[in-house]
Design a protein around this ligand. Structure first.
Ligand SMILES: [Cu+2]
Length: 361
């Protein structure tokens, strides 16, 4: 069985730093807690990644095979923040960034969309080939939990669950019934790249993603502003109440994923940019940024170990993992997959495939 436990050792260590972030003002969360496993569950043996890629040729995608996209007019914006919550995540410094026009998926890629890709290509996701993926204990049945090895049981809430993959989000005894319009999860960065290529799209760069998230607003935490629930309304799906990771109040209506069509769209017409599931971006991870120059369509480092993910997920909580902000970021190895990690695609202005009309799910 190919399960790597190193990630859990990391998680275990990070657990010990949890207290520094709990309960208090998040702006004081110290650097050591920034890689908390609330956000990360990495595969460690990255060697297996390169062997499996589908053809990047776009074949068979039809009008109904993809989410709708919105045209996003480029511009200059402030990326990152000078008031970082997680210093070690490289949220700071704020720097001026220019992005050119592009298209962005309105929604996170849904299970229905992903199924079209699989039916068309017979692509096998990395979670399927590894035979497991990461799910938090809170979401598992007793049967599934009983089947998890002792060594893992002793670790924190992220568990490598046998048989967990995009069709079985909570392990072998789960399925997608009633969740066609939920975001696909347990997709690695490599899987996401394969899907986007099939759809004639690509992953957004981190800069594009954050520009899209901010939807024209400067110096705001969320796509809609600074208040989490303006006038008492919910705009996104996080672990909003209850003691993480054992009690989930789900005041926003969802303890796990929600339909990708849920909640109001941003001023740019995008849904669930923060919360619901983490979204892969194209960029390699770095925490070093130069605030002295204007960056034009930055694409991140040439190489790296981890890929950047943005937006936070249904598992993010303010007291523990306040990463459902546009400036927040986290990282995973490109072969990693998890219950709260999905993606959406972007496309170049001049490469917009003809079938990408505005289709609502
Ligand atoms: Cu988080």
């Amino acid at each position: 069985m190919k399960i790597s436990f190193a990630g859990f050792i990391l998680c275990g260590l990070m657990m010990m730093t949890k207290a520094s972030c709990d309960g208090g003002d998040d702006a004081t969360c110290d650097a050591s807690s920034s890689t908390s496993c609330g956000c990360n569950a990495n595969r460690v043996d990255v060697n297996r990644v390169a062997s499996k890629r589908v053809s990047t040729q776009h074949h068979g995608a039809s009008e109904s095979a993809t989410n709708g996209m919105v045209f996003i007019e480029g511009g200059v914006f402030t990326m990152g923040t000078d008031v970082p919550v997680f210093v070690a995540d490289g949220e700071a410094p704020a720097r001026r960034v220019k992005v050119h026009d592009f298209y962005m998926d309105v929604h996170e890629v849904s299970n229905a969309d992903f199924r079209r890709f699989i039916d068309d290509t017979n692509y096998e996701t990395e979670a399927e080939s590894f035979g497991n993926s990461f799910v938090a204990e809170y979401y598992l049945s007793d049967d599934v939990k009983a089947d998890i090895d002792q060594a893992v049981e002793a670790a924190p809430w992220w568990l490598p669950v046998k048989g967990a993959d995009w069709r079985h989000p909570e392990g072998a005894d789960s399925n997608l019934e009633g969740r066609d319009d939920h975001p696909v999860v347990h997709v690695s960065w490599n899987d996401a790249v394969a899907f986007c290529a099939w759809a004639g799209k690509r992953l957004p760069t981190e800069a594009e993603w954050e520009f899209a998230c901010r939807s024209g607003k400067e110096d705001r935490l969320f796509p809609w502003g600074n208040k989490w629930t303006p006038r008492g309304a919910f705009y996104a799906n996080i672990w909003d109440s209850g003691e993480f990771p054992v009690e989930n109040g789900a005041l926003d209506g969802f303890a796990a994923t929600c339909p990708v069509t849920s909640f109001p769209a941003s001023d740019f017409g995008l849904k669930n940019m923060v919360g619901n599931v983490w979204e892969w971006t194209a960029d390699w991870w770095t925490i070093r940024h130069n605030a002295l120059v204007l960056h034009e369509d930055p694409k991140g480092p040439e190489e790296g170990k981890d890929k950047v993910k943005k937006g936070g997920s249904f598992m993010c909580t303010k007291g523990y993992c306040y990463r459902y902000r546009c400036a927040a970021r986290s990282q995973n190895t490109p072969d990693s997959s998890a219950h709260n990690l999905g993606f959406r695609c972007a496309a170049d202005k001049d490469k917009r495939p003809s079938y990408l009309s505005h289709i609502e799910l």
